[in-house]
Ligand binder design. Structure first.
Ligand code: AMP
Length: 363
């Protein structure tokens, strides 16, 4: 195995941050890099990418194209990601050329729901009950271990509810597994939560850590509708969420921003749904409501800069602008801080932008 490159000193202003993935997260990362006098280079597998509109340094090529990845690495000082599903050997290839943050281990663990949840449990943290499913027979056996309702999820490549199916019998679990064409999956107990929340936090290479206040998140059709901060989390739950993010980030020797999605139980307990090894939709409100946004924080961490202050100076509600809702951009622009991502087509369920509304700080 080839040697892994590490960053020995901070990337100075004028340096280039490589971002794999050119969606809205890559776009907002590139804009945050620019604010710090850093340049962003974006690699995306399609020609039209929201992030391509904000930086001239761009490559459109498949994510497994070794030559293009090499060419990309050559112009970067450090490389990071806006999405976690890059093939593992592509990550290893990049890491042999330039420092990659967060590192390969964090990405590999979080690419697979089974390894991610096993890792979380190994830290003594709570998840929904889950069982690996690799055959039709497994699906029925796994269902028998659940408490009435469960969700079959493919181990890899699921987001916004894709590759997920709620099931209420062994036969339904088997049918869902067949519907996923036998893709390795997990069956997860259905959590009757009080509400959902998340914590977005950053860890620097020297181990310093900074967490944003955890928002309450409302989903509709499996897609994040809004994040509210402060939400219904108590101070103790907020502190616990931040401690969970720190335990995960430390155990992964993580560098950058990560998000942990949480179920808040009716008994007040926090269970971990998912780790996102990247900036996260539920952290978009930090652009307006914090001195240093999640995007700037991520750039600071991967570039080896000191972390910024995550303190919140306002209450905030972030609402996604989904699909055709973006057609109302003119009235949306009147009612808050509007972000549009420059996507060409307003497809159903597609995140076209978001809106943040601020209110004076209450707690
Ligand atoms: P995920 O892609 O795993 O983040 O799931 C997307 C959304 O589906 C979550 O934010 C929840 O609203 C819902 N969901 C996922 N897993 C469960 C579960 N085990 N129990 C109840 N709801 C779930």
């Amino acid at each position: 195995m080839s040697e892994i490159k590490t960053l020995t000193k901070p990337v100075p202003p004028g340096g280039v941050i490589g971002i794999i993935g050119g969606g809205q997260l890559g776009r907002m990362l590139a804009m945050a890099a620019a604010r710090l006098g850093l340049k962003a280079a974006v690699y995306n597998d399609e020609n039209h990418a929201p992030a391509f509109q904000v930086t001239p340094l761009q490559i459109a090529a498949p994510y497994d194209d070794r030559n293009m990845l090499t060419g990309f690495a050559e112009i970067c000082d450090v490389i990071t990601f806006e999405f976690e599903n890059l093939p593992s050997d592509a990550i290893a290839h990049l890491a042999s050329l330039k420092p990659v943050r967060p590192g390969q281990r964090a990405l590999e663990i979080t690419q697979d729901r089974f390894s991610e949840k096993s890792f979380v449990q190994s830290l003594g943290l709570k998840t929904a009950p889950f069982v690996a499913v690799t055959s039709v027979q497994d699906a029925a056996t796994a269902f028998a271990q659940m408490d009435g309702a469960a969700i079959l999820k493919t181990r890899r490549l699921g987001y916004d509810g894709k590759g997920q199916s709620k099931v209420t019998s062994g036969a339904e679990a088997q049918a869902a597994f067949q519907h996923f064409k036998g893709a390795p999956s997990i069956l997860e107990g259905f959590v009757d939560f009080a509400f959902e929340a998340s914590v977005v936090a950053a860890r620097a290479a020297d181990g310093s850590f900074a967490a944003f206040d955890p928002p309450e998140n409302i989903h509709e059709n499996h897609i994040l509708r809004r994040s509210i901060v402060p939400g219904r989390l108590s101070k103790a739950q907020s502190d616990e969420a931040k401690a969970i993010a720190k335990a995960i980030a430390d155990a992964l020797d993580y560098v950058g921003v990560l998000a942990v999605e949480l179920f808040v139980g009716k008994d007040g307990s926090l269970a971990i749904n998912e780790i996102a090894p990247r900036v996260h939709n539920s952290g978009h409100w930090t652009i307006e409501a914090c001195a240093c946004s999640q995007f700037e924080q991520h750039i600071r961490a991967v570039a080896g800069w000191p972390l910024g202050d995550p303190a919140r100076h306002a209450d905030a509600v972030m609402e996604n602008v989904i699909g055709a809702e973006a057609d109302a951009w003119e009235s949306l622009a009147r009612s808050g801080a509007l972000h549009l991502y420059g996507k060409r087509e307003a497809r159903l369920g597609r995140k076209m932008g978001h809106m943040t509304r601020l209110k004076p700080l209450t707690k």
